[in-house]
Design a protein around this ligand. Structure first.
Ligand code: HCA
Ligand code: CU
Length: 382
């Protein structure tokens, strides 16, 4: 069920602001919020209003824009934080507290019993202040927390009957898909709340872990544009929607304006001073470029042979690279057709051999090949 009804909690304006290159102005935050709203994400998560005076002002501004995306903020398990967040007019608050032994020792210094007591004091209080708000409770560093202790916390919180969602966080990016699946499955069986997954990408599993969470029954996935966040970030919005599109194209293309993805990535990349990585899902510069002749032949006949995603779903086009030694005559013929040149199959095959021999000697460009095509179409050879 979740695999169709999942929600994206887009955290570029919270986790993404924790990326080393991010320093968003109010105007930039509004542009990001507008773009993500238009893309169709269900939620935007913003930095805690306690972070700085501008963070509070910007939260109020964005909560007041009247977007379709619901506006959340991210706070510590404190009444003071919650009070300020509620006054800002948000649709929901994401409460977090660390449960790993490291966080308990080096961060807030609380025992598991004290965490449970604090949650039992703060969460019902928030619910009382704001009966209609979406309230989430999450543990930080869930996967390096002792499982029995972690479950004790979640069960106690669920029993309070005041939270809509329980969150799990792979704070240092070490969880595997099967670990995520197990923990989400356990929470699904033992609690009534929706389940959110927030996964860092330190060891490259963030997208796979988000998908594993959904398969096991999670309902909400945290993403950021290009995956920006602390260190090397979290599940990227683009990678996640790519994963979901290969799984269920109809649902994903219905839920989100996938053709806006590239512009959103360019917008944020520019603001934080990075390029779109060459091997980025969907928008990396070679994501829909086909090279080997044997691939090109099949692609020309039926693109899905070598494409899990259709570039046109994302407003993009495929490209067949032909100026190299791995080229094939079908691709060269397709280029001749594109250029409106008429050459027999036999001539195209001979020209292809010529291109391969030339490419063995030096790097060729598409212009070189186009020139050869024109030359050969006019009757010359070589
Ligand atoms: C943080 C930590 C966090 C919280 C995630 C969550 C993490 O920067 O506050 O609230 O779900 O990765 O644990 O981003
Ligand atoms: Cu995080």
């Amino acid at each position: 069920m979740s695999l169709e009804n999942y929600n994206i909690i887009e955290s570029t304006l919270r986790e993404g602001e924790q990326f080393v290159g991010a320093q968003f102005t109010t105007e930039q935050k509004i542009r990001i919020a507008d773009a993500l709203d238009s893309f169709g994400v269900e939620y935007l998560e913003l930095t805690s209003p306690q972070a700085s005076p501008a963070s509070l002002a910007d939260l109020k501004t964005i909560a007041g824009l009247g977007l379709r995306s619901r506006v959340l903020t991210h706070i510590r398990c404190h009444k003071d934080d919650a009070m300020v967040a509620l006054e800002a007019g948000v649709d929901g608050v994401d409460v977090v507290i660390g449960t790993s032994s490291k966080l308990r020792q080096f961060s807030h210094g609380k025992t598991i019993d004290e965490i449970i007591e604090l949650a039992a004091e703060v969460l019902p209080w928030i619910r009382q202040q704001a009966p209609d708000i979406e309230l989430r409770f999450s543990t930080e560093d869930s996967f390096r927390s002792e499982e029995a202790e972690l479950l004790r916390v979640y069960l106690a919180v669920d029993k309070l009957g005041v939270v809509n969602r329980l969150g799990i966080a792979d704070t240092v990016g070490i969880a595997t898909p099967s670990q995520v699946s197990r923990l989400v499955g356990t929470l699904r069986r033992l609690t009534r709340a929706d389940i959110e997954f927030h996964g860092h990408n330190d060891s490259g599993c963030a997208i796979a872990n988000a998908f594993a969470a959904l398969e096991a029954g999670a309902t909400h996935i945290d993403t950021t544009v290009l995956g920006i966040g602390e260190r090397n970030g979290i599940t990227s919005l683009g990678g996640f929607v790519a994963r979901m599109t290969t799984w269920d194209r109809q649902t994903t293309t219905r839920k989100y304006r996938l053709d806006q993805l590239r512009d959103i990535e360019l917008l944020v990349a520019d603001m934080v001073g990075v390029d779109i990585p060459f091997n980025n899902c969907v928008t990396g510069f070679s994501a829909f470029t086909h090279k080997a002749g044997i691939h090109a032949k099949a692609i020309l006949n039926a693109p899905e042979t070598y494409e899990a995603l259709d570039p046109t779903d994302f407003g993009l086009t495929r490209y067949i690279s032909i100026a190299h030694r791995l080229t094939g005559w079908n691709a060269v013929k397709a280029r001749a057709d594109q250029l409106g040149l008429s050459l027999t199959d036999q001539r195209i095959k001979e020209l292809t051999l010529h291109i391969k021999a030339l490419a063995d000697e030096r790097a060729l460009s598409l212009d070189d090949v186009d020139e050869l095509l024109h030359h050969w179409a006019n009757g010359a050879e070589g």
